[in-house]
Ligand binder design. Structure first.
Ligand code: LMR
Length: 389
């Protein structure tokens, strides 16, 4: 019965949000959850989203249902930003989802329906919600090391070996850019090698891209995904707008399916729509409507790119500042996106929290742009003290 259920261990990232919010020490440094912060430590609503919301408030005349696909124009406008020239490929279709999480859930349920014996190759460490979503779809996980904490290097050979030994039909989960939690991305050559191995073994790539625009820019950050689309007949893409449009709590993303023919893509999309109908019936509208207004307006769309460039620039300069603070942080400048891992033990993470009011994930992952400008030096010296540097 419900009364007999064993307690669950709460998700550590969500628990960290509560812990950090409850801490009222003025010196608090919150580098926990992956949320962009500006130089003063705030997460303001993007100006273009505020403007789109103002227009929405003035012009929206109904809240009537849009249907299972959500805002169709939103997906149409997002397609070229995400897929580049592949957006005109009629074998690719996409719909709006509740965040990247909704997109991943639909993608893995589709895989379970199509190929129940498929195993999913997952590089570790990865976003802590990946494994629960995949297991929730009753798919088996095969883990390999994506990153070696000791050498602070990508374990590319291990990744390639694992992909080489996969069974045809197995799934390879790839982070499109700005790897969460390590910041260690594949370079162009490594994308090409992995893509060739995926094609050679007959594997299905699932590309999770939640930080497009936070690494090197919108197009460079999608280059790996587009190389996969160039080479593979069947691809699933789980995308999130939560970060690059700063609409976190409104939950908006998209799922994209490519198959070898337009008719099998349409059939796959029919399954996706049936699965989403069972899960949440229709995706929430608000932020997708605001993003549609931004992307449908040349001026707002250009302004969004400027705001996104600003966020990327701040992250890159913080990476440089940390790397310059001590040679032990040199690797941070080589990595991409919001996150890096520090060589700290879970006990050191707790001590940093208790003695310095620094909040980071148990894994040692920290959100670089969680640091306001004036917190960088204090953060660096507290971490160095903790690791005995
Ligand atoms: C993160 O990794 O911090 C974000 O993606 C938020 C989340 O849902 O875990």
């Amino acid at each position: 019965s419900i009364a007999d259920l064993a307690p669950v261990k709460s998700d550590s990232l969500l628990a960290l949000i509560d812990l950090a919010n409850a801490d009222k020490r003025p010196e608090k440094i919150d580098v926990g959850v992956g949320v962009y912060r500006d130089s003063s430590g705030a997460t303001p609503i993007l100006k273009v989203i505020k403007e789109a919301e103002r227009r929405l408030l003035e012009t929206q005349e109904t809240k009537s249902y849009l249907g299972g696909r959500g805002d169709v124009r939103f997906a149409e406008l997002l397609a070229p930003i995400l897929l580049g020239e592949h957006s005109s490929d009629e074998r690719i279709a996409g719909i709006q989802t509740p965040g990247g999480c909704g997109a991943l859930t639909l993608g893995f349920h589709l895989i379970k329906a199509a190929n129940p014996g498929a195993r999913v190759l997952v590089g570790t460490p990865t976003w802590p919600n990946h494994a629960p979503i995949i297991r929730g779809c009753e798919l088996e996980i095969v883990e390999y090391r994506h990153y070696d904490r000791a050498s602070r290097q990508l374990c590319f050979d291990e990744m390639a070996e694992t992909v080489k030994s996969a069974r045809p039909g197995d799934v390879v989960l790839l982070h499109g850019c700005c790897h969460n939690p390590t910041g260690a991305d594949l370079d162009a050559q490594q994308w090409a090698e992995i893509t060739a191995l995926i094609v050679g073994r007959g594997l299905l790539p699932v590309v999770d891209i939640a930080y497009q625009g936070f690494g090197d820019g919108l197009d460079p950050d999608a280059a790996g995904l587009r190389a996969i689309l160039d080479a593979c007949d069947t691809v699933i893409v789980a995308q999130s707008c939560d970060k690059n449009f700063g609409v976190y709590r409104d939950r908006v993303g998209s799922v994209w399916i490519k198959t070898a023919s337009t008719s099998s893509t349409a059939t796959a999309m029919g399954h996706i729509l049936q699965i989403s109908r069972e899960m949440w019936s229709m995706p929430p509208d608000h932020a997708a409507a605001a993003i549609r207004i931004v992307l449908d307006d040349a001026k707002l769309s250009a302004d969004w790119r400027v705001e996104l460039d600003g966020m990327r620039g701040r992250i890159a300069s913080l990476r440089q500042r940390l790397a310059a603070a001590d040679p032990q942080f040199g690797y941070i400048a080589e990595q991409k996106g919001m996150f890096s891992m520090l060589p700290v033990t879970p006990e050191q993470v707790v001590r940093l929290r208790e003695t310095h009011a620094i909040y980071m994930a148990d894994s040692g992952r920290f959100n670089i742009c969680g640091l306001s400008d004036e917190q960088v030096d204090r953060f660096a010296s507290a971490v160095l003290e903790a690791i005995g540097g």
